[in-house]
Write a protein that binds this ligand. Structure first.
Ligand code: FEO
Length: 392
Protein backbone atom coordinates (compact mmCIF):
# COMPACT_ATOMS: atom_id res chain seq x y z
CA UNK A 1 0.00 0.00 0.00
CA UNK A 2 1.21 3.51 -0.87
CA UNK A 3 1.52 6.30 1.72
CA UNK A 4 -1.89 7.78 2.52
CA UNK A 5 -2.49 11.46 3.02
CA UNK A 6 -3.99 12.58 6.33
CA UNK A 7 -3.40 16.28 5.60
CA UNK A 8 -0.91 18.40 3.64
CA UNK A 9 1.83 17.71 6.15
CA UNK A 10 0.98 14.29 7.57
CA UNK A 11 0.98 10.89 5.85
CA UNK A 12 0.22 7.39 7.05
CA UNK A 13 2.88 4.88 6.16
CA UNK A 14 3.39 1.33 7.30
CA UNK A 15 2.30 -2.17 6.55
CA UNK A 16 -0.95 -4.10 6.80
CA UNK A 17 -0.19 -7.62 8.03
CA UNK A 18 -3.32 -9.46 6.87
CA UNK A 19 -1.94 -12.92 7.55
CA UNK A 20 -0.31 -12.71 10.97
CA UNK A 21 -2.13 -14.96 13.40
CA UNK A 22 -0.04 -14.80 16.58
CA UNK A 23 1.72 -12.05 18.47
CA UNK A 24 4.44 -12.55 21.08
CA UNK A 25 3.93 -16.29 20.46
CA UNK A 26 0.89 -15.90 22.73
CA UNK A 27 -1.82 -13.55 21.50
CA UNK A 28 -4.15 -14.80 18.73
CA UNK A 29 -4.70 -12.30 15.91
CA UNK A 30 -7.88 -13.48 14.17
CA UNK A 31 -8.03 -10.27 12.12
CA UNK A 32 -4.31 -9.74 11.47
CA UNK A 33 -2.80 -6.39 12.41
CA UNK A 34 -0.99 -3.36 11.02
CA UNK A 35 2.23 -1.56 11.88
CA UNK A 36 1.56 2.13 11.38
CA UNK A 37 4.27 4.70 10.84
CA UNK A 38 3.60 8.36 10.09
CA UNK A 39 5.58 10.89 8.09
CA UNK A 40 5.36 14.59 8.96
CA UNK A 41 6.92 17.03 6.52
CA UNK A 42 7.30 20.39 8.23
CA UNK A 43 8.53 23.46 6.36
CA UNK A 44 12.06 22.84 7.72
CA UNK A 45 12.31 19.32 9.09
CA UNK A 46 10.91 15.93 8.19
CA UNK A 47 10.22 13.24 10.79
CA UNK A 48 9.16 9.62 10.66
CA UNK A 49 7.16 8.44 13.66
CA UNK A 50 7.89 4.77 14.37
CA UNK A 51 8.57 2.16 11.72
CA UNK A 52 7.30 -1.38 11.08
CA UNK A 53 7.90 -4.96 12.09
CA UNK A 54 11.20 -6.23 10.66
CA UNK A 55 9.30 -8.78 8.57
CA UNK A 56 7.79 -5.91 6.55
CA UNK A 57 10.72 -3.53 6.28
CA UNK A 58 10.63 -3.65 2.48
CA UNK A 59 7.11 -2.20 2.46
CA UNK A 60 8.22 0.85 4.45
CA UNK A 61 11.43 1.37 2.49
CA UNK A 62 9.44 1.29 -0.73
CA UNK A 63 7.01 3.93 0.64
CA UNK A 64 9.97 6.13 1.55
CA UNK A 65 11.44 6.06 -1.95
CA UNK A 66 10.19 9.55 -2.80
CA UNK A 67 11.36 11.01 0.53
CA UNK A 68 14.81 12.52 0.04
CA UNK A 69 15.52 13.49 3.65
CA UNK A 70 14.50 12.40 7.13
CA UNK A 71 15.86 14.47 10.00
CA UNK A 72 14.45 12.48 12.90
CA UNK A 73 12.88 9.12 13.56
CA UNK A 74 10.63 9.24 16.62
CA UNK A 75 10.70 5.95 18.52
CA UNK A 76 7.71 5.96 20.87
CA UNK A 77 8.35 2.41 21.96
CA UNK A 78 11.28 0.02 21.62
CA UNK A 79 9.26 -3.14 20.91
CA UNK A 80 10.38 -4.51 17.58
CA UNK A 81 7.02 -4.36 15.79
CA UNK A 82 7.56 -0.56 15.72
CA UNK A 83 11.28 -0.14 16.14
CA UNK A 84 12.52 -3.13 14.16
CA UNK A 85 13.00 -1.27 10.88
CA UNK A 86 14.77 1.74 12.45
CA UNK A 87 18.27 0.42 11.61
CA UNK A 88 17.27 0.16 7.93
CA UNK A 89 15.90 3.71 7.93
CA UNK A 90 19.07 5.02 9.60
CA UNK A 91 21.16 3.24 7.01
CA UNK A 92 19.30 4.92 4.17
CA UNK A 93 19.19 8.37 5.81
CA UNK A 94 22.72 8.90 7.11
CA UNK A 95 21.90 12.22 8.78
CA UNK A 96 18.82 11.02 10.65
CA UNK A 97 18.76 10.80 14.45
CA UNK A 98 16.41 8.81 16.62
CA UNK A 99 14.44 10.68 19.29
CA UNK A 100 13.14 8.65 22.21
CA UNK A 101 12.84 8.62 26.00
CA UNK A 102 15.96 8.06 28.12
CA UNK A 103 14.75 4.53 28.90
CA UNK A 104 13.97 3.98 25.23
CA UNK A 105 17.51 4.96 24.29
CA UNK A 106 19.01 2.14 26.35
CA UNK A 107 16.48 -0.34 25.04
CA UNK A 108 17.09 0.55 21.39
CA UNK A 109 20.82 0.09 21.95
CA UNK A 110 20.23 -3.29 23.63
CA UNK A 111 17.51 -4.68 21.36
CA UNK A 112 18.63 -3.37 17.99
CA UNK A 113 22.26 -2.38 18.52
CA UNK A 114 21.57 1.16 17.30
CA UNK A 115 24.75 3.19 17.95
CA UNK A 116 24.47 5.57 20.91
CA UNK A 117 25.57 8.50 18.73
CA UNK A 118 22.48 8.14 16.53
CA UNK A 119 20.01 8.44 19.44
CA UNK A 120 18.94 11.60 21.29
CA UNK A 121 16.95 11.26 24.51
CA UNK A 122 14.13 13.79 24.89
CA UNK A 123 12.50 15.06 28.07
CA UNK A 124 8.88 14.78 29.07
CA UNK A 125 7.05 17.81 27.63
CA UNK A 126 9.92 18.76 25.32
CA UNK A 127 8.92 20.27 21.98
CA UNK A 128 10.55 20.02 18.57
CA UNK A 129 9.97 22.60 15.84
CA UNK A 130 9.68 21.31 12.29
CA UNK A 131 9.29 24.89 11.01
CA UNK A 132 5.58 25.40 10.62
CA UNK A 133 4.73 22.41 12.80
CA UNK A 134 5.57 21.58 16.43
CA UNK A 135 5.84 18.19 18.08
CA UNK A 136 5.36 17.76 21.81
CA UNK A 137 6.67 14.59 23.45
CA UNK A 138 4.56 13.28 26.30
CA UNK A 139 5.92 10.43 28.39
CA UNK A 140 3.31 7.72 28.91
CA UNK A 141 5.12 4.96 30.77
CA UNK A 142 3.76 1.43 30.97
CA UNK A 143 1.55 1.41 27.92
CA UNK A 144 2.74 -1.30 27.95
CA UNK A 145 6.53 -1.08 28.44
CA UNK A 146 8.30 1.30 30.85
CA UNK A 147 9.92 3.47 28.14
CA UNK A 148 6.82 4.48 26.17
CA UNK A 149 5.82 7.97 25.09
CA UNK A 150 3.30 9.56 22.74
CA UNK A 151 3.64 12.62 20.48
CA UNK A 152 1.20 15.50 20.05
CA UNK A 153 1.26 17.54 16.85
CA UNK A 154 0.19 20.87 18.25
CA UNK A 155 -1.01 22.76 15.17
CA UNK A 156 -3.12 19.87 13.82
CA UNK A 157 -4.21 18.49 17.21
CA UNK A 158 -3.12 14.96 16.28
CA UNK A 159 -2.08 12.50 18.98
CA UNK A 160 0.32 9.79 17.81
CA UNK A 161 -0.34 7.24 20.53
CA UNK A 162 1.72 4.20 19.45
CA UNK A 163 0.35 1.06 21.16
CA UNK A 164 -2.10 3.01 23.33
CA UNK A 165 -5.62 2.98 21.81
CA UNK A 166 -4.48 0.54 19.09
CA UNK A 167 -6.25 -2.47 17.66
CA UNK A 168 -4.98 -5.61 16.02
CA UNK A 169 -7.02 -5.19 12.89
CA UNK A 170 -5.88 -5.48 9.29
CA UNK A 171 -8.12 -3.23 7.22
CA UNK A 172 -7.85 -1.16 4.07
CA UNK A 173 -9.77 1.63 5.86
CA UNK A 174 -7.47 4.44 6.92
CA UNK A 175 -10.03 5.59 9.51
CA UNK A 176 -12.16 3.71 12.02
CA UNK A 177 -15.27 3.87 9.87
CA UNK A 178 -16.76 0.54 10.98
CA UNK A 179 -16.83 1.44 14.65
CA UNK A 180 -18.55 -1.76 15.83
CA UNK A 181 -15.79 -3.88 14.30
CA UNK A 182 -13.02 -1.61 15.57
CA UNK A 183 -14.58 -1.56 19.06
CA UNK A 184 -14.35 -5.35 19.33
CA UNK A 185 -10.76 -5.41 18.08
CA UNK A 186 -9.70 -2.50 20.31
CA UNK A 187 -11.32 -4.04 23.39
CA UNK A 188 -9.63 -7.35 22.81
CA UNK A 189 -6.31 -5.54 22.29
CA UNK A 190 -6.83 -3.53 25.48
CA UNK A 191 -7.57 -6.74 27.39
CA UNK A 192 -4.50 -8.55 26.16
CA UNK A 193 -1.96 -5.74 26.27
CA UNK A 194 -3.10 -2.76 28.32
CA UNK A 195 -5.37 -4.14 31.07
CA UNK A 196 -2.53 -5.08 33.46
CA UNK A 197 -1.60 -1.36 33.49
CA UNK A 198 -5.13 -0.03 34.01
CA UNK A 199 -4.22 2.31 36.86
CA UNK A 200 -1.26 3.80 34.99
CA UNK A 201 -3.42 4.31 31.91
CA UNK A 202 -5.88 6.27 34.07
CA UNK A 203 -3.05 8.68 34.95
CA UNK A 204 -1.72 8.83 31.40
CA UNK A 205 -5.17 9.60 30.03
CA UNK A 206 -5.57 12.47 32.50
CA UNK A 207 -2.26 13.86 31.27
CA UNK A 208 -3.14 13.49 27.59
CA UNK A 209 -6.67 14.79 28.15
CA UNK A 210 -5.38 18.30 28.83
CA UNK A 211 -4.99 18.75 25.07
CA UNK A 212 -7.50 19.30 22.29
CA UNK A 213 -7.46 16.15 20.15
CA UNK A 214 -8.88 16.06 16.63
CA UNK A 215 -7.32 12.76 15.52
CA UNK A 216 -5.72 9.79 17.29
CA UNK A 217 -3.18 7.96 15.17
CA UNK A 218 -2.14 4.68 16.85
CA UNK A 219 0.52 2.25 15.68
CA UNK A 220 -1.88 -0.66 15.18
CA UNK A 221 -5.24 -0.56 13.43
CA UNK A 222 -7.12 2.35 11.88
CA UNK A 223 -6.82 6.05 12.76
CA UNK A 224 -9.58 7.54 14.93
CA UNK A 225 -11.12 10.58 13.23
CA UNK A 226 -13.73 10.59 15.98
CA UNK A 227 -11.39 10.43 18.99
CA UNK A 228 -14.20 10.37 21.55
CA UNK A 229 -15.18 6.94 20.26
CA UNK A 230 -11.99 5.34 21.60
CA UNK A 231 -11.46 7.76 24.51
CA UNK A 232 -14.92 6.99 25.90
CA UNK A 233 -14.39 3.25 25.39
CA UNK A 234 -11.15 3.44 27.37
CA UNK A 235 -12.79 5.49 30.12
CA UNK A 236 -15.26 2.64 30.50
CA UNK A 237 -12.69 -0.17 30.34
CA UNK A 238 -10.26 1.41 32.82
CA UNK A 239 -12.97 2.46 35.29
CA UNK A 240 -12.90 0.76 38.68
CA UNK A 241 -16.44 -0.61 38.54
CA UNK A 242 -17.07 -3.97 36.86
CA UNK A 243 -20.43 -4.97 35.39
CA UNK A 244 -22.99 -7.58 36.40
CA UNK A 245 -21.02 -10.20 34.47
CA UNK A 246 -19.63 -13.66 35.29
CA UNK A 247 -16.93 -15.30 33.19
CA UNK A 248 -16.85 -19.07 33.36
CA UNK A 249 -13.84 -20.75 31.74
CA UNK A 250 -13.77 -24.51 32.12
CA UNK A 251 -12.50 -27.87 30.97
CA UNK A 252 -14.48 -31.07 31.13
CA UNK A 253 -12.94 -34.43 30.28
CA UNK A 254 -15.92 -36.79 30.63
CA UNK A 255 -18.87 -34.41 30.95
CA UNK A 256 -19.36 -34.10 34.73
CA UNK A 257 -17.82 -30.64 35.07
CA UNK A 258 -19.65 -29.54 31.93
CA UNK A 259 -23.00 -30.56 33.51
CA UNK A 260 -22.15 -28.38 36.50
CA UNK A 261 -21.06 -25.46 34.29
CA UNK A 262 -24.22 -25.55 32.20
CA UNK A 263 -26.39 -25.76 35.29
CA UNK A 264 -24.63 -22.82 36.94
CA UNK A 265 -24.81 -20.71 33.75
CA UNK A 266 -28.58 -21.29 33.68
CA UNK A 267 -28.94 -20.45 37.37
CA UNK A 268 -26.91 -17.23 36.99
CA UNK A 269 -28.90 -16.20 33.91
CA UNK A 270 -32.11 -16.64 35.93
CA UNK A 271 -30.64 -14.17 38.43
CA UNK A 272 -30.29 -11.61 35.61
CA UNK A 273 -26.52 -11.98 35.34
CA UNK A 274 -24.73 -11.98 31.98
CA UNK A 275 -22.49 -15.06 31.74
CA UNK A 276 -19.71 -15.87 29.28
CA UNK A 277 -19.01 -19.61 29.11
CA UNK A 278 -15.69 -20.68 27.58
CA UNK A 279 -14.69 -24.28 26.90
CA UNK A 280 -10.94 -23.84 27.17
CA UNK A 281 -10.34 -26.87 24.97
CA UNK A 282 -11.55 -24.87 21.97
CA UNK A 283 -11.76 -21.22 23.00
CA UNK A 284 -9.78 -18.30 21.66
CA UNK A 285 -8.02 -16.82 24.71
CA UNK A 286 -8.42 -13.32 23.26
CA UNK A 287 -12.19 -13.65 23.62
CA UNK A 288 -11.74 -14.81 27.21
CA UNK A 289 -9.47 -11.82 27.91
CA UNK A 290 -11.99 -9.39 26.38
CA UNK A 291 -14.81 -10.84 28.50
CA UNK A 292 -12.69 -10.29 31.63
CA UNK A 293 -12.55 -6.51 30.97
CA UNK A 294 -16.04 -5.99 32.44
CA UNK A 295 -16.52 -9.08 34.62
CA UNK A 296 -17.15 -8.87 38.36
CA UNK A 297 -16.79 -12.61 38.98
CA UNK A 298 -14.82 -15.49 37.55
CA UNK A 299 -15.90 -19.05 38.20
CA UNK A 300 -13.37 -21.61 37.08
CA UNK A 301 -14.64 -25.06 36.14
CA UNK A 302 -12.14 -27.89 36.34
CA UNK A 303 -11.92 -31.60 36.77
CA UNK A 304 -9.19 -32.89 39.06
CA UNK A 305 -6.28 -34.33 37.11
CA UNK A 306 -3.17 -35.77 38.75
CA UNK A 307 -4.21 -34.23 42.06
CA UNK A 308 -4.73 -30.68 40.77
CA UNK A 309 -6.68 -28.63 38.23
CA UNK A 310 -6.57 -29.59 34.58
CA UNK A 311 -3.34 -28.01 33.16
CA UNK A 312 -5.29 -25.96 30.59
CA UNK A 313 -7.41 -24.52 33.39
CA UNK A 314 -4.28 -23.74 35.39
CA UNK A 315 -2.92 -21.89 32.35
CA UNK A 316 -6.12 -19.85 31.99
CA UNK A 317 -6.04 -18.99 35.69
CA UNK A 318 -2.42 -17.82 35.41
CA UNK A 319 -3.34 -15.75 32.36
CA UNK A 320 -6.26 -14.10 34.18
CA UNK A 321 -3.93 -13.43 37.11
CA UNK A 322 -1.40 -11.73 34.81
CA UNK A 323 -4.03 -9.62 33.01
CA UNK A 324 -5.32 -8.26 36.35
CA UNK A 325 -8.93 -7.52 35.42
CA UNK A 326 -11.12 -5.64 37.88
CA UNK A 327 -12.73 -8.82 39.23
CA UNK A 328 -14.15 -8.77 42.73
CA UNK A 329 -15.14 -12.41 43.28
CA UNK A 330 -13.91 -15.85 42.27
CA UNK A 331 -14.96 -19.42 42.78
CA UNK A 332 -14.22 -22.93 41.56
CA UNK A 333 -16.57 -25.70 40.54
CA UNK A 334 -15.76 -29.15 39.24
CA UNK A 335 -15.74 -32.86 39.54
CA UNK A 336 -13.13 -35.20 41.01
CA UNK A 337 -12.64 -38.94 41.03
CA UNK A 338 -10.68 -39.51 44.20
CA UNK A 339 -9.68 -36.17 45.75
CA UNK A 340 -6.97 -33.60 45.13
CA UNK A 341 -6.18 -29.94 45.64
CA UNK A 342 -7.71 -28.23 42.62
CA UNK A 343 -9.26 -25.38 44.64
CA UNK A 344 -6.07 -24.54 46.55
CA UNK A 345 -4.02 -24.55 43.38
CA UNK A 346 -6.49 -22.33 41.46
CA UNK A 347 -6.62 -19.92 44.41
CA UNK A 348 -2.81 -19.83 44.36
CA UNK A 349 -2.72 -19.21 40.62
CA UNK A 350 -4.92 -16.09 40.92
CA UNK A 351 -3.22 -14.70 44.00
CA UNK A 352 -2.57 -11.30 42.36
CA UNK A 353 -6.29 -10.71 41.88
CA UNK A 354 -7.79 -8.91 44.83
CA UNK A 355 -10.88 -11.10 44.91
CA UNK A 356 -13.08 -12.62 47.56
CA UNK A 357 -13.14 -16.38 47.09
CA UNK A 358 -16.71 -17.71 47.25
CA UNK A 359 -17.53 -21.21 48.52
CA UNK A 360 -16.49 -23.69 45.81
CA UNK A 361 -18.73 -26.51 44.63
CA UNK A 362 -16.94 -29.79 44.07
CA UNK A 363 -18.60 -33.11 43.49
CA UNK A 364 -17.44 -36.71 43.22
CA UNK A 365 -18.16 -38.08 39.75
CA UNK A 366 -21.42 -37.06 38.11
CA UNK A 367 -23.24 -34.27 39.98
CA UNK A 368 -26.18 -35.31 42.17
CA UNK A 369 -29.21 -33.39 43.43
CA UNK A 370 -27.27 -31.99 46.38
CA UNK A 371 -24.55 -30.68 44.05
CA UNK A 372 -27.11 -28.82 41.92
CA UNK A 373 -28.54 -27.30 45.10
CA UNK A 374 -25.02 -26.13 45.99
CA UNK A 375 -24.74 -24.56 42.53
CA UNK A 376 -28.05 -22.77 43.11
CA UNK A 377 -26.65 -21.40 46.36
CA UNK A 378 -23.48 -20.25 44.59
CA UNK A 379 -25.57 -18.45 41.93
CA UNK A 380 -27.63 -16.76 44.65
CA UNK A 381 -24.48 -15.71 46.52
CA UNK A 382 -22.96 -14.21 43.36
CA UNK A 383 -26.21 -12.35 42.60
CA UNK A 384 -26.37 -10.99 46.11
CA UNK A 385 -22.69 -9.88 46.06
CA UNK A 386 -23.24 -8.14 42.73
CA UNK A 387 -26.33 -6.39 44.10
CA UNK A 388 -24.38 -5.21 47.16
CA UNK A 389 -22.01 -3.47 44.72
CA UNK A 390 -24.88 -2.04 42.65
CA UNK A 391 -23.44 -3.56 39.48
CA UNK A 392 -25.26 -2.67 36.30
FE1 FEO B 1 2.90 -2.85 19.19
FE2 FEO B 1 4.26 -3.05 22.25
O1 FEO B 1 4.25 -3.11 20.43
Amino acid sequence: MKPRKINDRVYWMGAIDWDRRLFDSLIPLPDGTSYNAYLIQGSEKTVLLDTVDPTMVDVLLSQLEGVSRIDYVIAHHAEQDHSGAIPHVLERYAGAKVLTTPKGKGMLMDLLHIPEGRIIAVEDGETLSLGDRTLEFIFAPWVHWPETMVTYLQEDHILFSCDLFGSHLATSDLYATDEARVYEAAKRYYAEIMMPFRKVIQRNMEKIGEREIALIAPSHGPVYNRPNFILEAYEDWISDEPRNVVVLPYISMHGSTRKMVEYLVGALAEQGITVYQFDLAVTDIGKLAAALVDAATIVVGTPTVLGGPHPIVAYAALLANALRPKLKFASVIGSYGWGGKAVDQIAGAISSLKVEILEPVLCKGLPREGDFEALNRLAATIASKHQEHNLA
